[in-house]
Design a protein around this ligand. Structure first.
Ligand SMILES: [Zn+2]
Length: 509
């Protein structure tokens, strides 16, 4: 490594010219160009510490940073162009997909999830797609349990995850404002056809003795599988007794060893890998943090199972300057989708290290912001919006449905403060649920600043949105569906299980 800053004007310009192979080099802004007043300094120059070993990786990093600077240094933040993004995301739902998407035949639930969730984040009512989502997803339920990614395909835990999330989103929208009986009917239509017992039996087949899960029978083991399995179990209302299993059938408690497995995936860097001894990666880190927070309150679940100091160090290194966005791994490039995978981690880590809240308003924080929300927002608004709608990885790359959802989810993480509410009033069924911690999350549009021991400080972080029309919806920080959709679904399961129990009693008598 070589320390090159602070530099004389000629030095770094020369270095940039020598190492950058970009054909558009001549049009690059000078790194010493006088910064417009409104652009924070971090976006206006390349890092002062540069590696003097030139490799393909370092060259790509440099040319990416230079390319991003052309967009991220705009003096005024462009608005979130909701109308064109909505048009982009409605197109596959209303007009269908072109033949070029045949390669995504095993990702049907994912396409539904990405589009409906992204539209929901943009404020659209996707309840109109509920019936069609049911029609599309029903044939994916496998006769032996679980969901395939396409018709007639073997079950896969990610397909089950995306299917359940889609139904949770569309039924939430479809039932908004309806009287109780009609709301219950919407949920019955959306969920009562799922064979929960077969799904549970199938999940037992992909559970591993080491506490991990495989993505499908014969498939790979990784923490995505564990996270997806836990989300499916939580959103389908399985209780402790069901998860314990029947010892006479040789069934073991399904959650045995799960937290320990996740714990074993933290790496020497402080991040979290796909499985033990794998490279730390933002996507897997989110899966582990979210899964642990389903099993306990964030303060205890994260500090008990992970080395938080090292995790914070690794997460901090994921946010780049001048880009402002996140990379997923060490020595990788910034990418819009990590706005969720890394930004989502920050929501959970902040909830773990800040005070646990009680009540509907977040008022206290011990340490305040650990990451630059404003820098991420700037990266998203200046670099991730496709000119014809949709959101993307970075400038020069076409938008797609996956990035649209995860860039907007990351924007939601930056624009909202998510906290765990210990004072939630819960039903008896939820209080005894192994996933009760997942139902205690709240959001605040105001991000609190820390208050000192002497009572000074405090207040709110300002300037996260320049106009309320730029704000996207609040999302559940573990499930990645609209905040509130999880509790509506849970209420319905409680009603449904009570009715089923009563019917069983009547049948017996
Ligand atoms: Zn990406």
């Amino acid at each position: 490594m070589v320390q090159v800053g602070p530099l004389e004007e000629g030095e770094l310009s020369q270095w940039v010219t020598q190492t950058d192979g970009d054909a558009n080099e001549a049009s690059l802004p000078s790194i010493y160009q006088t910064a417009p007043e409104r652009v924070p300094a971090m976006h206006n120059s390349l890092p002062f510490i540069l590696d003097d070993l030139k490799t393909e990786t370092s060259q790509k990093q440099l040319s990416t940073a230079q390319n991003v600077m052309k967009s991220v240094c705009q003096p005024f933040l462009p608005p979130l162009d909701k109308a064109t993004h909505v048009e982009f995301l409605l197109s596959p739902l209303d007009e269908g997909l072109s033949g070029g998407f045949v390669g995504l035949d095993a990702s049907r639930p994912w396409l539904l999830y990405w589009c409906t969730n992204a539209l929901s984040l943009l404020g659209e009512n996707v309840g109109v797609y509920n019936d069609r989502a049911i029609t599309s997803l029903k044939p994916l339920q496998h006769p032996s349990g679980g969901f395939g990614g396409g018709n007639g395909q073997a079950p896969h835990v990610a397909a089950a995850y995306a299917s359940i999330l889609t139904l949770a989103i569309t039924s939430y929208h479809a039932s908004k404002g309806l009287p109780d009986n009609e709301r219950l009917a919407v949920y019955a239509n959306s969920f009562a056809w799922i064979d929960r017992q077969k799904l549970l039996q199938w999940l037992r087949k992909i559970k591993l003795p080491n506490g991990g899960f495989k993505v499908n029978e014969g498939g790979e083991e990784d923490v995505r599988a564990g996270y997806c399995a836990l989300v499916v179990l939580a959103l389908l209302g399985y209780n402790q007794e069901e998860l314990q299993g029947d010892p006479s059938l040789g069934e073991l408690p399904l959650l045995d060893g799960v937290a320990e497995y996740f714990k074993s995936c933290q790496t020497w860097e402080g991040g979290i890998g796909a499985k033990p001894n794998a490279e730390a990666h933002g996507g897997y880190a989110f899966c582990v943090l979210a899964a642990l927070c389903l099993l306990g309150d964030p303060e205890e679940a994260l500090s008990k199972n992970l080395d938080l100091d090292r995790l914070v160090s690794w997460l901090s290194a994921r946010q780049y300057a001048p880009e402002g966005g996140f990379s997923g791994r060490t020595n990788k490039l910034v990418d819009g989708c990590y706005s969720t995978w890394v930004g989502g981690c920050w929501s959970l880590v902040e909830a773990a290290v800040n005070a646990i809240e009680s009540g509907k308003t977040a008022v206290k924080t011990n340490i305040g912001d650990l990451w630059s929300r404003k820098a991420l927002i700037r990266y998203i608004l200046t670099c991730c919006q496709g000119p014809h709608g949709g959101l993307r990885d970075k400038p020069g790359i076409r938008p797609d449905y996956y990035h649209s959802n995860y860039v907007l989810l990351g924007l939601s993480a930056a624009q909202h403060y998510y906290y765990y509410d210990r004072s939630s009033i819960e039903s008896l069924a939820l209080t005894s649920s192994p996933f009760r911690h997942g139902y205690r999350w709240r959001s605040s549009k105001n991000v609190p600043k820390p208050t000192g021991n002497d009572g000074t400080g405090g207040g709110w972080l300002e300037g996260l949105v320049s106009d309320e029309s730029d704000r996207v919806g609040a999302q559940h920080p573990l499930f990645n569906i609209p905040l509130g959709a999880e509790s509506q679904l849970q209420s319905w399961w409680e009603w449904f299980n009570d009715v089923s129990d009563e019917e069983a009693v009547l049948t017996e008598t």
